[in-house]
Design a protein around this ligand. Structure first.
Ligand code: NAP
Ligand code: ZN
Length: 351
């Protein structure tokens, strides 16, 4: 067992603070990874504050992990010591159900094993995430990070990148499509970059007028300030697809109304509160409301390679881990450009 430095939430009400625990030694098929960087996802906040219910504590959040392989188990084939690798939102699944068989492990019928806030399969051992100096993961759930990538910017691809890439591919978004992206945070800014790279014409729908210039730089052609009265009404019937990455409750009906006939709104944001949907928001224009959960291992590798080819990484603000509670507060206010990434070397500052 290896001692591991980390930051953890001890319960839903107190700030994250230094924490140490032990990781398992690598088994036959495991890869031990020294963590270099970990992105900060809004899901970390939802779970550390138990906004979705059922959180387990102490909790070390973090599922946008990039690191260097420190050691491999005796049967590991895909990786060797020194490789730069990534770990995303899950570290195991049943491997036999129809979803796993199709490479859609995130929808595993038995439930995927979350990177944190979960339990190792068949045990009472909690999984703990990437706000730590070291992690041990079965090689089948480890990704290869292309060598050309900036590693700080690559970390958020492991969740924000795949969560936006997967629905864009599933719904066949590309040339000739008008795509709206609601919420310009971590997921939103990746949706803009990826939809643009796939050939779509992108509009950002944001509450923050001050993000307009950035939106255009990231690849958007148009910008709508949703907090201005009448702005959404003016956009009625505009989009083929609307990717909703908003983290707090909002009126889905107002956003559905921006879809064309037969348009689809895809929910990625997961606010804690349910929101009513009026049947007429869908009926009158045969619209569709869908949603999507991260992406499978094969597709995550495909996304990383796509991003390397198109020179896409996340726009990041790198912070020491000691600033994590401040970063959470800033994210809740929408003050993020566009992903906080923790430099894990900073963990040593507390020792
Ligand atoms: P984030 O970086 O904090 O961005 C969320 C953005 O939503 C904010 O920057 C803000 O954008 C907008 N927003 C926040 N509060 C709002 C409000 N009250 N009304 C309207 N807009 C508001 O969060 P993230 O990491 O991108 O995550 C976004 C959501 O996706 C979270 O709920 C997260 O849990 C969820 N998520 C889902 C999956 C999945 O698999 N489906 C995976 C990862 C994350 P503007 O300033 O532009 O308005
Ligand atoms: Zn995430």
């Amino acid at each position: 067992m290896k001692p591991t430095l980390a930051y953890a939430a001890q319960n839903a009400k107190t700030p994250l603070a230094p924490f140490s625990f032990k990781r398992r030694d690598p088994k036959e098929h495991d890869v031990a990874i020294d963590i270099l960087y970990c992105g900060v996802c809004h899901s970390d906040i939802h779970q550390a504050r138990d906004e979705w219910g059922g959180s387990t504590f102490p909790m070390v959040p973090g599922h946008e992990i990039v690191g260097r392989v420190a050691q491999v188990g005796s049967s590991v084939k895909k990786f060797k010591k020194g490789d730069i690798v990534g770990v995303g939102c899950f570290v195991d699944s049943c491997r036999t159900c129809s979803s796993c068989a199709e490479g859609l492990e995130q929808y595993c019928e038995e439930g995927m094993t979350a990177t944190y806030n979960g339990f190792e399969r068949g045990t009472q051992t909690q999984t703990q995430g990437g706000y730590s100096d070291h992690i041990v993961v079965n090689e089948d759930y480890v990704l290869r990070v292309p060598e050309s990538m900036d590693l700080q910017g690559a970390a958020p691809l492991l969740c924000a990148g795949i969560t936006t890439y997967s629905p864009l591919r599933h719904w066949g978004v590309g040339k000739g499509h008008k795509v709206g992206v609601a919420g310009l945070g971590g997921l939103g800014h990746m949706a803009v970059k990826l939809a643009k790279a796939l050939g779509a014409e992108v509009t950002v729908l944001s509450t923050s007028r001050k993000k307009e210039e950035d939106a255009k730089r990231l690849g958007a052609s148009h910008f709508i300030t949703t907090s201005e009265s009448g702005a959404l009404e003016k956009a009625a019937g505009t989009f083929d697809f609307l990717i909703d990455t908003v983290s707090a409750a909002h009126d889905y009906n107002a956003y559905l109304n921006t879809l064309k006939r037969d348009g689809s709104m895809i929910l990625l944001g997961a606010p804690e509160q349910p929101t009513p949907v009026h049947a007429f928001s869908l009926i009158m224009k045969r619209r569709k409301l869908g949603a999507s959960l991260i992406g499978g291992i094969k597709e995550t590798q495909e996304m990383l390679d796509f991003c390397a080819k198109h020179k896409i990484v996340s726009d990041v603000e790198v912070i020491p881990v000691q600033k994590i509670n401040e970063a959470y507060e800033r994210m809740i206010k929408g003050d993020v450009r566009y992903r906080f990434v923790i430099d894990m070397a900073s963990l040593k500052n507390d020792v």
